[in-house]
Design a protein around this ligand. Structure first.
Ligand code: IPM
Ligand code: MG
Length: 358
């Protein structure tokens, strides 16, 4: 059966990295129907909204979404609801993409790319499972108000609300335990239970879900300590599960351990494995259109798309092997370039992956 993929390239380097991923997908000879739609700042420019109704409809009707990146400084002055970032938040919420999988893998060929000593990061392979549709990101009420009492009475105040419902915690915990079962069998739940009620509740529920996974070794860590352990001894982690806000921060930290955020894909899944796939890096408007961006994170995101939403693990592996192959050949985009390797542009990197595929 034909599978439908929505292609949302977005802003900055989005279009050029998506172009390379599409060439790679196209070379596999699969029965895919691709439809493109504007998103982010590009959609705001065309339709006055970062997530126009037609784009959302296309996404909802697709089996998977391949997403580039959104954002540009030129939209920073817009009202919050019109900023490019609202497109990605809106898609997550509307499609119920609650499970965000962010692998942080240090490819052996890129061992020197990390700012940490090679012995600390060599062989690093962490999976961060971030809850993506709850927490303080979406909690209501939020906004600005006047303080009613206390030392700041009469002053204006900005506020947000952190909360997690039991079912929200249960479903992300199940995703994390099942992911750990396919890996080294170790899961670390990260929270701030020493201070936050939401976190204490999170921890209680994760402990309860753990009873269904007796073979998984569960540990708990406060988020401040986790941030420290990630740079001190990152290889001690296998799978990390955490809420939306902590996951946002820790996944950037974990990505940077590999020194090559341009290499890292991500998947955001809902309960029916419909998913949005995007590189972990941003839109990098400063290098847009210059043919220097690294397309590999997006190409690897396409591989994740095949694995998780289309259930085509062999095709996913073909792509991943091709990426390994071009790294072994010594080809590097500017972000991962080092002495003794050959620097190539975005399109040339795409060419090389295509050659390695065939
Ligand atoms: C991410 C990004 C988003 C987030 C922004 C763009 C809204 O930082 O995907 O990690 O905070 O979730
Ligand atoms: Mg982030």
């Amino acid at each position: 059966m034909t599978k439908k993929i929505a292609i949302l390239s977005g802003d900055g380097i989005g279009p050029e990295i998506i172009e390379q991923a599409l060439r790679v997908l196209g070379a596999l000879g699969l029965d895919l129907e691709m439809n493109t739609a504007p998103v982010g700042g590009a959609a705001y420019d065309l339709h006055g909204h970062p997530l126009p109704p037609e784009t959302l409809k296309l996404a909802q009707e697709s089996d998977a979404i391949l997403f580039g990146a959104v954002g540009d400084w030129k939209y920073d002055q817009l009202a919050r609801e019109l900023r490019p970032e609202q497109a990605i938040l809106g898609l997550r919420k509307a499609l119920g993409l609650f499970a965000n999988l962010r692998p942080a893998i240090l490819y052996p060929q890129l061992a020197n790319a990390s700012s940490l000593k090679p012995e600390i990061v060599a062989g690093l392979d962490i999976l961060i499972v971030r809850e993506l549709t709850g927490d303080i990101y979406f909690g209501q009420p939020r906004g600005e108000r006047v303080v009613a009492e206390g030392p700041f009475k009469g002053e204006r105040q900005g506020f947000d609300t952190m909360h997690y419902a039991e079912s929200e915690i249960r479903r992300i915990a199940h995703v994390a335990f099942q992911a750990a079962a396919k890996r080294q069998g170790r899961l670390c739940s990260v929270d701030k239970a020493n201070v936050l009620e939401t976190s204490q509740f999170w921890r209680d529920i994760v402990i309860d879900v753990a009873r269904e996974y007796p073979d998984i070794e569960l540990s708990h860590m406060y988020v401040d300590n986790a941030a420290m352990q990630l740079v001190r001894a990152p290889k001690a982690f296998d799978v990390i599960v955490t809420g939306n806000l902590f996951g946002d921060i820790l996944s950037d930290e974990a990505a940077m351990l590999t020194g090559s955020i341009g290499m890292l894909p991500s998947a955001s899944l809902n309960a029916s494995n419909q998913g949005l796939y995007e590189p972990s890096h941003g839109s990098a408007p400063d290098i847009a259109g210059k043919d220097v961006a690294n397309p590999l994170a997006t190409i690897l995101s396409a591989a994740m798309l095949l694995r998780y939403s289309l259930n085509l693990p062999e095709q996913a592996q073909r792509i991943e092997a091709a990426v390994q192959n071009v790294l072994e050949q010594g080809l590097r985009t500017a972000d991962i370039h080092e002495e003794g390797t050959r620097r190539v542009g975005t399109a040339e990197m795409g060419d090389a992956v295509l050659r390695a595929l065939s």
